[in-house]
Design a protein around this ligand. Structure first.
Ligand code: CAA
Length: 440
């Protein structure tokens, strides 16, 4: 069977940066370590006044097409995954295609375009759609362009405000890919949940603490479901586990859950079960307080063991480097976690070709998905080509007053104008409706 997977990835960060320990913490009267150690974040990316989900998605795609020497004729499908859509009719992919048609030869009239929504998991679902389209042999030799783009903003004063972020990830899905081959096996955990919603509103209504529990519950189900089709996962067979990363502290919890699950190490947990006088009721995870307390206690003990620390440092921590500097990118988050892991491997001089990555995607509402990927021979060239470090270093550092202005500019209910903080450098910009996607 011909391999199908991700041929290339490009990342585009919002051009502004909010320093969490230096600027956000003092303003909130909080200890900076709540953000750096607790949530695990140093900074968030923000869009400048001329940026939005279209410009960021188009800029990432433009870099990707230029680098891979692609013209529109080589792309038969454009899917945008976003939970920041501003148009309930026209998909964001049509806006992005419009931008790209202005700079490449030919057009995308032949291409199937769409928009996927299921909170943060939609990026992975679009990847699946592209994979299935190619596997079904409907692609006529063409590749698919999948774009995950979001401005992850919360209302000011909301607990989620510290976890904001903005950026886009563009991925080219092809036969015989250069970066990773996707596995056919998948596992799901899916349930109707109401912990994170935006019913006809821009900023989410969130029950933050519950959302963490729902993430873990669905992820555990997805792992179990994945193993029911792919067989047991063994820790030694997995190089990295990039999880959806709303903030690295969330992934610390997911890492513990993953470790417990795939090592099947129940020693500490069994001791705790003895203490509470019964086995925890797994099926009632959300409701069983005693079980939750026992799991928390177990996790705290496990976290302190050398064997867990060594596994976490090798398998999970490298996935978090980029996230720490950019915050939550919703649909793009799990995809920058993958890049982060491979980038760290490249910098460490590690040979990753043939290695397996287990990807844990998640979207509120709620659904988790697990699949495996095999790193391909061309991975070093693909990761070396990224300029994400330069992009991060070039961001404008917002003062608190700047931040409030920028937040208001991107608040759809406010009608404010501010000067740009940065100067566009050969990129698509939002310059008012009707003149969208000009390149400056
Ligand atoms: N030093 C070190 N650590 C500190 C600290 C300090 N001075 N002060 C606090 N901490 C730790 C806390 O102990 C806590 O860690 P644990 O969870 O491991 O105990 C961590 O820092 C955060 O502190 P709080 O729980 O007090 O923080 P909070 O209540 O202000 O906010 C949150 C946390 C509720 C998750 C909030 O960030 C939020 O609402 N986020 C948005 C929702 C979200 O991201 N949910 C994740 C799952 S849903 C999802 O994944 C989809 C998605 O993308 C949104």
């Amino acid at each position: 069977m011909t391999a199908v997977g991700i041929d290339a990835i490009e990342i585009w960060t919002g051009n502004l940066k909010l320093d969490l320990p230096g600027t956000f913490a003092p303003e909130k009267g909080e200890d900076p370590e709540k953000y750096t150690k607790g949530l695990g974040l140093n900074a968030s990316s923000f869009p400048d006044s001329y940026e939005d989900i279209v410009t960021m998605g188009a800029n990432a795609s433009h870099r990707l097409m230029e680098r891979k020497g692609l013209e529109p004729d080589g792309i038969g499908r454009i899917d945008v995954a976003t939970e920041s859509s501003f148009d309930n009719s026209k998909p964001v992919s049509t806006y992005v295609a419009g931008c790209l048609e202005g700079v490449f030869e030919g057009d995308f009239h032949h291409a199937n375009k769409g928009e996927r929504k299921f909170a943060c998991i939609a990026g992975t679902q679009s990847l699946d759609d592209a994979y299935n389209w190619i596997r079904a042999d409907r692609n006529r030799g063409r590749s698919a362009l999948v774009i995950a783009t979001d401005t992850a903003l919360y209302a000011r004063g909301d607990a989620g405000e510290a976890t904001q972020g903005a950026g886009a990830v563009a991925m080219l899905i092809s036969e015989n890919p250069d970066l990773v081959e996707l596995s056919t096996e998948q596992g799901y955990g899916s349930a109707d949940e109401t912990d994170f919603l935006k019913p006809n509103q821009q900023f989410p209504s969130v029950d933050g603490k519950r959302s963490v529990q729902v993430y873990l519950a669905r992820m555990r189900e997805a792992l179990t479901d994945y193993e029911s089709v792919a067989g047991d996962v063994h820790p030694d067979d997995i190089a990295f586990i990039p999880f959806h990363t709303p903030f690295p502290g969330m992934v610390r919890k997911a890492g513990l859950l993953g470790y417990r699950h795939i090592t099947r190490d129940t020693t500490i947990e069994d001791d705790l079960a003895d203490e509470i006088g019964r086995q925890p009721r797994r099926e009632a995870f959300d409701d069983d307080e005693a079980f939750r307390d026992s799991v928390r206690e177990y996790m705290d003990l496990l976290k302190g063991t050398d064997r867990y620390k060594a596994w976490y440092d090798a398998t999970i921590d490298p996935t978090l480097t980029l996230s720490r500097e950019v915050g939550n990118w919703y649909t793009g988050s799990v995809h920058i976690a993958r890049v982060s892991a491979l980038k760290n491997a490249l910098e460490a001089g590690r040979d990753m070709a043939g290695e397996t990555i287990l990807v844990g995607s998640y979207g509120s509402g709620a659904q988790a998905e697990i699949h495996a990927e095999t790193v391909q021979d061309g991975w070093t060239d693909e990761i070396e080509a990224l300029n994400v470090d330069d992009q991060l270093a070039d961001r404008y550092d917002l003062s608190w007053a700047d931040y409030e202005e920028v937040h208001d500019v991107h608040n759809h209910e406010m009608d404010v104008d501010v000067e740009e903080f940065t100067t566009p450098d050969g990129e698509f910009v939002f310059d008012g409706w009707g003149r969208m996607g000009e390149r400056k």
